[in-house]
Design a protein around this ligand. Structure first.
Ligand code: GLP
Length: 236
């Protein structure tokens, strides 16, 4: 594993965007697995800048996002579809029809999960998966559990996740209690993984995830089994 510690959030964003840019340059028709949260915002800003400067071409890229809140339509400002449209897709020359986010309003989330897995399989899997990490060790919305769940599935969010994500909503009560998340199979089968984390509050969980045992109670620990993981951590 390649574990990089940088001094600033800006540096984290620059390094992560350079890695994603390299992937797009090396394979212009690649499949990028993308993430939401506050950590990737800097990374997305730099990617948008590179694209605007004509240094990067996303026209052949397909993207698959990790997760979505259950019950939120893509036009809802706190939905992850809206986040991606606003913070990245509208700022780069990706074909919006080739950007995929699981639907949080599908009538049958289990069926939606199966279809999402088939979609990823049909695309030939993910070339580079960008991940953040939750304070409880979740990746995507794969919450601590007694097992690792392979398939894309509906999940009840942990109290700590609801609390952490309440900052984006006007009150904690508005945070959806359920979500749909890409499962571990598609994540672990990505050819390359890039996990980014920012802030003191992520230090302990990173230590557990990458230096502790592989344990479904620390979902990110499964990444220890992956042959090509880069972690970039900025404490500040
Ligand atoms: C959410 C997302 C995760 C993300 C995590 C960390 O819960 N579902 O995919 O990694 O937040 O977010 P942040 O980067 O804001 O700390």
């Amino acid at each position: 594993m390649n574990y990089i510690v940088v001094d600033t959030y800006e540096e984290l964003g620059k390094k992560a965007s350079n890695i994603i840019a390299s992937q797009v340059i090396m394979k212009p028709n690649c499949v990028l697995g993308l993430a939401t949260g506050s950590t990737p915002l800097g990374t997305y800003k730099y990617l948008a800048e590179m694209c605007a400067a004509g240094e990067l071409d996303f026209s052949g890229v397909t993207s698959v996002n990790l997760d979505e809140y259950a019950g939120l339509d893509g036009s809802h400002e706190q939905s992850y579809r809206y986040f991606m449209d606003t913070n990245l897709f509208s700022k780069i020359n990706i074909d919006r029809d080739k950007t995929f986010v699981p639907s949080g309003i599908a009538e049958d989330l289990e069926k939606e999960g199966q279809e999402y897995d088939r979609l990823i399989e049909g695309l030939g899997g993910i070339d580079l998966q960008l991940l953040g990490i939750g304070v409880d060790g979740h990746i995507g919305f794969n919450e601590p559990d007694s097992v690792f769940t392979a398939e894309t599935h509906a999940v009840e969010l942990d109290e700590s996740t609801i609390e952490a994500n309440a900052r984006f909503f006007s009150s904690k009560d508005e945070v959806p209690r359920w979500a749909i998340t890409m499962g571990m199979k598609s994540i672990i089968q990505a050819k390359k993984i890039l996990l980014i984390a920012n802030g003191q509050n992520k230090k302990a969980i990173l230590e557990k995830a990458f230096n502790g045992p592989v344990d479904p109670m620390v979902p990110a620990s499964i990444l220890q089994l992956h042959p090509d993981v880069t972690v970039i951590f900025s404490e500040n």
